[in-house]
Design a protein around this ligand. Structure first.
Ligand SMILES: [Zn+2]
Length: 193
């Protein structure tokens, strides 16, 4: 006999800067709200690119979100909801394995867990937390930006300092917008040195 589905699942929306990850997360959460499913949206406290208490896409779409510091905090605040979303997961300063176990336990409890975040850092290395979640997710959507140099699909986030690639030993996480990052394809990406 097959067991009834609890509906629990993990969805990962990943890609480089300007690929529309937050826009897609907001689109899915609006549908959840229209269907009157109980939900909560979290954002790592470190991402202060826009305003605290909101997630916002580069195109201006905006939803309320709760700033959090850890997976534990997310689990504590997810007791009575059907759907949770975490935007900019790569900014969550927590152990990647704790994040993986936490998201798995929420999905096992029947929650729909929607994650958005960068899949690679500015050195084009995978973010461990995102990498692990992609492996166990029911659904992974990799979004693309357009390379500002050649117009091909961009998969990498080029960090620039005065127009030159940032050094390889700079901080992995640095909040910034168009003044600091460009979307580039594999051929136009210049490795950090
Ligand atoms: Zn290119």
């Amino acid at each position: 006999m097959t067991r009834p589905s609890t509906g629990g699942r993990i969805e990962v929306i990943c890609g480089c800067m300007y690929s529309g990850k937050t826009e897609e997360l907001i689109r899915r959460m609006r549908q959840v709200m229209i269907a009157r499913q109980s939900c909560r949206i979290f954002t790592p406290r470190m991402d202060t690119r826009y305003s605290v208490g909101h997630i916002a896409s580069h195109t201006g779409a905006k939803l309320e979100a709760e700033p959090v510091n850890s997976m534990q905090e997310i689990i504590r605040k997810s007791d009575d909801v059907h759907v949770i979303a975490i935007d900019e997961l790569h900014f969550l300063e927590d152990d990647p394995t704790a994040v993986l176990i936490g998201c798995q336990s929420l999905a096992d409890r029947g929650l729909r867990v929607i994650i958005a975040g960068l899949d690679q850092n500015y050195r084009a290395e995978p973010f461990p937390g995102m990498m692990q979640l992609m492996a166990v997710a029911e659904q992974v959507d990799k979004l693309y930006a357009i390379c500002v140099h050649c117009g091909a699909y961009a998969t990498r986030s080029q960090r620039l300092i005065n127009g030159s690639p940032a050094p390889a030993d700079a901080a992995t996480l640095l909040v910034g917008g168009l003044e600091l990052y460009e979307a580039r394809c594999r051929s136009c990406y210049e490795p950090a040195r």
